[in-house]
Design a protein around this ligand. Sequence first.
Ligand code: SAM
Length: 326
Amino acid sequence: MKTLIDPHGRSFSYLRLSITDVCNYRCQYCLPDGYQKTDAQTFLSPDEIGNLVSGMAELGLWKVRLTGGEPTVRKDFAEIAARVSSTPGIRRVATTTNGYRLAENAQLWRDAGISAINVSVDSLDRQRFADITGHDHLHKVLDGITAARDAGFDSIKVNTVLLRGVNDQELTSFLEWIRHENLSIRFIELMETGTNKDYFNRHHISGQEIQNRLDALGWTMRQREEGAGPAQEFEHPDYKGRIGIIAPYSKDFCNTCNRLRVTARGKLHLCLFGNGGHSLRHLLQDRSQQSELKATISSLLEQKAPTHLLHFHQTGTTPHLASLGG
Ligand code: SAM
């Protein structure tokens, strides 16, 4: 089996594929004014996605995460998931969603081949959830998580961006939630982007500070698993669930980078915070272009930088994560 390896010795197993920039939420740190259309070009079609994923699988990538924007705003979301999950070589299809359509669709999406789902929940307090996201949807999203469990997803994770002075006082409520529930919560360190600089300065909490709080409560670090995402996992004997910390500012974070990103309009980004993408779309129009597609991806990978420069406040060309696929 082929493996893509970059000049820094990292191998790539994981594709994060954005399928739309559109998001129906207005998260304070991401799209506080809601989605604004900036590009007339359409999003990748299921056929283009099929060609992309098949080329990536032939290069050795075996895990695909469908993201956005909010991926489930697409009417053809289940069709895309089925297309990706039936691609030879793809062993795992995951998605990251705000969960607003999960309660009614969990079984449909599971049947379409998605086995892992991350649901964003930034507060367990109804009013605060509404303040952060712009929608009074906490109960709908929690019902979605229950439906995902009933539908038999192998992995259900909750993504929570901890924000100083906004929701960080809820750390213990999140922990209580998983005392008796076999659920993983990922605390994501707030990342600076092109459009959230003031917000970042006011509300950023370092991954180290989150880890210190967990250490003080008796949580211990686990070993990383093969093909794992960027989280460092923690466990505690008194809790059924697990915690992960995604700390992009931590030293050596990029050493374990195993993912490539493609935007909803078909641009390959070698890093979430790089200086733009490289369009692959002209190579996704039919299967006869697969060799050129694979050669192009392999050669672009030679340009992958050893690390992002977020710690120097260099956020690259990414205005917000919805534009690239968080
Ligand atoms: N709409 C989906 C959702 O809400 O999960 C998928 C896309 S969203 C960009 C993916 C994840 O990125 C969410 O968990 C969101 O909270 C997180 N996110 C967005 N902007 C972020 C930022 N500036 N720093 C850290 N996490 C961020």
